[in-house]
Design a binder for this molecule. Sequence first.
Ligand SMILES: [Zn+2]
Length: 415
Amino acid sequence: MTSESKTSQQDQQLVSIEDIFAGIVSFILHFVDAAPGPINIWKEERSTMDIMVDGPRAAQVAGILHERDIPFSIAVPDVASLVEREQGNSITRTIRKNSGPNKTMDWMNYHRLETIYAFMDNLAAQYPYLCTISVIGKSVEGRDLKVLKISNGKSNNAGVWLDGAIHPREWISPAVVTFIADKIVRTFNEMPESVTNKDWYILPVMNPDGYEYTHTHDRMWRKNRARYGECIGVDLNRNFSYGFGEKGEEGSSDDPGNVFYRGPSAFSEPETAAVRRAILDAPCSFKVFLSFHSYGEVIIFPWGYTSDPCPDYVELLEGGTAMAKAIHSTNGHTYKVGSTKDLMYYAAGTSIDWSYAVNNIPYSYMVELRSKTHRFLLPKEEIVSTATEVLNGVLRLMDFVDRRCAGTQSCACPK
Ligand SMILES: [Zn+2]
């Protein structure tokens, strides 16, 4: 797991396992543990699981699944060709290690950290009366964790938190988050009051070390870059305190070599600790917490650490449905809505369980963006349409929240 060599997706296949059940998940996890490297779990949700397998091992995996009567299909026979489509034909089959970042921000391409940070600085320089940049901490490797705050400065604004790239291979998430920031700032005066009466805290890249690593070494890296013994990386979305370590290996892993490694203790990682501090120190009280991931096209809310419904289950279902309706009416994409455990497996120590339970942020959601078809490798041509539908979803949620939270005694807002 410590290998620094560049990983290319050449000769790799994506195997999709259908009709999974709990026993199969732990079987696969053990199988992966026994042979780290050549097999990489992309995603598991309630009904299916995707794993990436090196060409030479594909037949072995197929044999094992077949032997156990586990239905599967080859979802992507050639992962490298999907990488090419994601990044355009200009890129070769290997990830370009030494190429400099494209300095100009747009939403026609996926961008390096430097470009995203320059975009944030430029936006703040152009709109100094709306924007503030702050560095809320440093990553394991010393990179800035940069937050853009958008606010008209009114003291009674409610807070909204948006973050992307807690899982760095989910490239569409920082693209969507920066798109939303750009639109809100540039058209602030045309935005409805439910948008302008908020303080927006936007962290496009929560895991900058991992994000750069997906550009320079391994496109499919999920964790941060902290070293634990021989192994690298903590799954930051298992490192928050609420429910930390619950539900055994289904909720997270205590093995540093595992892709779902939760870390030695809650907030052991500088990236999660910085987010915690930033939210606790913010002068506003937060009403909305949105963490952007990919892939799957689902909107999920607490709990992840237990199958019990959270106290505001129905309210969160309604808010999520409002978002999903706006998304659907934009481009016709259907995002499913439900609790983490409804739509996926147990996930313990997630940011949304923490934001909801510990910070009392009532509307806490994790949005799994496109794509059902291309998985993590969403073609760059789909960035704008994805970001547009999600912007509409977020704006709709603001309207929903304000209708519920009129600030009066009859306010129907949870908690
Ligand atoms: Zn994720």
